[in-house]
Design a protein around this ligand. Structure first.
Ligand code: ATP
Ligand code: MG
Length: 246
């Protein structure tokens, strides 16, 4: 697949670590620089039924942050059960079509300057037989950012994720720590970013604290737009991906 426009794939060391928050924060930061940003959650599980359809709170949050216009491109594959995609697909008797997802991604690339894709769980979440999130990143030809927890246990999880990416030929552009405590932090919280950078050689792009007023289900961004660019090195990311935007 020819990569028409720059973009980034936001993955994480586990589910619930903060991909949606980081992807939305990046969308807000890039929009503030005048870029038209397309966003995508290629497969969403745990969606909420609404009339005849299913709504993904993650996709809605990203869609609103980026002020997108094409919901079917942002969220092309939705499942009701809060399960791994391959399991939800079997239970709901529907196949995940990588072709449909790839087509939506190509459309977003045509319509926007920059595309941000949120992963599903971590790198080795299966989407279908012999096809994992890591395969999708490779098919999209996108570099990735790993979102990690700050505290104890994150060295192992982050190193596993970086290793899994490198083995599969994926480019890890950076690591972002999410929900970094600003008070009552532990020794692990403080030392982990440097240790992980030294062990992986991957740049740490910053640490995001808890965002006041943020609520994904209610689609409230709180002060994410202000705090994200203060804490995350957006320029560093752009200097690699889109120097013309600096
Ligand atoms: N920096 C933050 N400040 C406040 N709340 C946060 C922050 N990061 C994450 N959260 C909360 O933690 C929860 C998990 O975050 P998020 O949904 O971004 O994770 P995820 O990696 O996208 O999860 P999933 O694998 O389900 O897509 C959310 O309910 C969100 O509201
Ligand atoms: Mg999410």
């Amino acid at each position: 697949m020819a990569n028409l426009k720059p973009g980034i794939f936001i993955t994480s060391t586990d589910t619930g670590v903060g991909k949606t928050v980081i992807a939305a924060g990046l969308a807000l930061a890039l929009r503030a620089r005048g870029l038209k940003v397309g966003v995508m959650k290629p497969v969403a599980t745990g969606c909420l039924p609404e009339y005849e359809s299913l709504i993904s709170p993650d996709a809605v949050f990203l869609f609103e942050a980026a002020e997108n216009e094409y919901p079917a491109l942002t969220s092309p594959s939705r499942f009701r059960n809060p399960l791994s995609p391959n399991v939800a697909a079997v239970i709901e008797n529907r196949e995940i079509s990588i072709e449909k997802i790839s087509k939506a991604y190509r459309e977003l690339q045509k319509k926007y300057d920059f595309v941000i894709v949120e992963g599903i769980g971590g790198l080795l979440v299966p989407l279908k037989k012999d096809y994992y999130v890591a395969n999708l990143i490779r098919d999209f030809q996108l570099p990735m950012v790993v979102v990690a927890r700050p505290g104890l246990g994150t060295i192992n999880h982050t190193l596993l994720s970086v290793d899994a990416a490198i083995i599969r030929g994926l480019e890890v552009m950076g690591i972002i720590f999410n929900r970094m405590p600003t008070v009552n932090y532990t020794m692990a919280d403080i030392t982990n970013p440097k240790v992980i950078h030294e062990l992986t050689g991957v740049p740490v792009l910053g640490s995001l604290p808890d965002i006041e007023g943020l609520d994904i289900d209610a689609c409230q961004f709180g002060n994410l737009a202000e705090v994200f660019p203060e804490r995350i090195q957006v320029e560093k990311l752009l200097s690699h991906l889109m120097p013309s935007a600096l």
